[in-house]
Design a protein around this ligand. Structure first.
Ligand code: UD1
Length: 417
């Protein structure tokens, strides 16, 4: 089993290119199922989750070619309507094939998803909305089977602005009859990117990026050539924290500053300098980081996907910091590993209280989910001595070339067998 070995204590200096967004790429790849003909999607990060989504599409009958960050996806001849459990269980986002399959072919069978063990993560909002559009949903053998003749547009009111449900419904409603309005939709930049892709294919979607999205169904969608997915705001935020905690000076290239407003606001509140330059965004830290109080929220609030990284940052900040996780039920699994490195963190339900300690000590530690894994890498960067992070398959789901990127900035980090 591969591990990441880190010797802590290096200041990160230099520049880093931010990769394409995993969370934007996955729904866009699923959306290719709506299109008879070949789509070309570029700026795809080289990640396990992207590979898994391409595998899912292939199993359904799509013709796939992938090289140098681009994928050619031709879903003209879809022959299967059931996503294989062995893939869906590896990645919750596989559930995103349901909306497109149902809208174009009237049938989708998807096993109940797996993914990171960061909460119950049901898909009730997806299913309720698909039913309201006219789908018949039955559960059997651990699978959701959805069928319909033709989906019909409706006014939908989400109980929570679920990212995945907003994406699934936007895709399904693109080929439905009439108008669909999603009230209380998710507003993440990845939703806007999916809407841009669908509109390029001939869909009629407005309001993406607000909490009210209007979709006017069209008869068919057409292939999109050369679509570039947006940069990964979570990867960018993670390198920002890496620069801050190592008292470094890092220029992030290819990131969209406005997608990171809440993260940058918290970094500035902590005393970190973040400046926009012609080539990118520079993050510098020299003095003491200040303690923070953070509550994760749906976008444009502070992202749950940055919670673990900020917790690592707070472990050695003098004083008391508080983090409230309001999006997922069980997203503090990194806490016990951070405590094994010497952190002082108490968790009570959705709230964690972090009392800054003078330093962390290197240790063998185990990653438990995608963002937890990178939080432990960050901990290794500032810890005294050597850290070995195990179960790094989680890391490979979301961080392209992380050892290379951190090494180029001056970290002592390598992958070992
Ligand atoms: C997406 C992101 C993930 C991010 C999350 C929240 C992708 C591939 N993943 O995940 O990185 O952490 O948004 O920003 O884009 N929920 C329900 N019922 C549903 C759907 C969701 O109760 O039908 C709950 C979930 O259990 C969770 C919360 O809503 O507690 C947020 O889930 P959601 O916004 O759907 O996240 P994902 O799309 O799974």
């Amino acid at each position: 089993m591969a591990k990441i070995a880190i010797t802590g204590g290096q200041r990160l200096v230099g520049s880093v290119n931010i990769s394409g967004s995993k969370n934007a790429a996955l729904p866009i790849l699923a959306a290719c199922l709506l299109v008879p003909g070949e789509n070309v999607v570029c700026n795809l990060p080289k990640l396990l989750d992207v590979k898994t989504m391409l595998e899912v599409l292939k199993c359904l009958g799509a013709r796939i070619k992938a090289e140098k960050g681009c994928a050619w996806i031709d879903a003209s001849d879809i022959s299967h309507f059931d996503a294989p459990y062995k893939l869906v269980r590896q990645m919750r986002a596989s559930v995103l094939v349901m909306g497109p399959l149902l809208a174009r072919f009237g049938k989708a069978i998807v096993p109940l998803p797996g993914g990171c063990a960061i909460g119950l993560r049901p898909i009730d909002i997806h299913l309720k909305a698909l039913e309201q559009l006219g789908a018949k949903i039955i559960m059997h053998d651990g699978c959701v089977e959805a069928t319909c003749s033709k989906l019909k547009g409706q006014k939908l009111y989400f109980d929570f602005p679920s990212v995945g449900a907003t994406e699934n419904i936007m895709m399904a409603a693109s080929l439905a009859e009439g108008q669909t309005i999603i009230h209380d939709a998710a507003m993440e930049p990845e939703i806007v990117d999916l809407a841009n892709f669908l509109n390029k294919a001939g869909a009629s979607i407005s309001g993406a990026g607000t909490n009210r999205i209007e979709i006017n169904g069209v008869e068919r969608l057409n292939p999109v050539v050369d679509y570039h997915v947006i940069p990964d705001r979570v990867e960018a935020g993670t390198y920002m924290v890496a620069a801050a905690i190592t008292k470094g000076n890092v220029l992030l290239k290819d990131c969209i500053l406005s997608h990171l407003d809440a993260v940058i606001a918290k970094l500035r509140e902590a005393g970190v300098t973040v400046t926009e330059e012609s080539e990118g965004v520079r993050v510098e830290m020299s003095g003491e980081i200040s303690p923070l109080s953070i509550k994760t929220m749906p976008y444009p609030g502070f992202p749950t996907d940055m919670q673990a990284q900020f917790m690592t940052m707070m472990t050695t900040v003098p004083g008391i910091s508080i983090i409230v996780e309001s999006v997922f039920e069980n997203r503090f699994m990194h806490v016990s590993e951070l405590c094994r490195m010497g952190a002082d963190i108490k968790v009570d339900g959705h709230t964690s209280l972090i009392r800054g300690v003078p330093f962390l000590s290197g240790a063998p530690i185990v990653a438990t989910d995608l963002r937890a894994s990178v939080a432990l890498i960050l901990a290794g960067l500032i810890a005294k001595g050597k850290t070995k992070v195990m179960e790094i398959h989680y890391l490979d789901r979301g961080y392209e070339y992380i050892e290379d990127k951190l090494s180029a900035l001056g970290a002592i980090i390598k992958r070992v067998e």
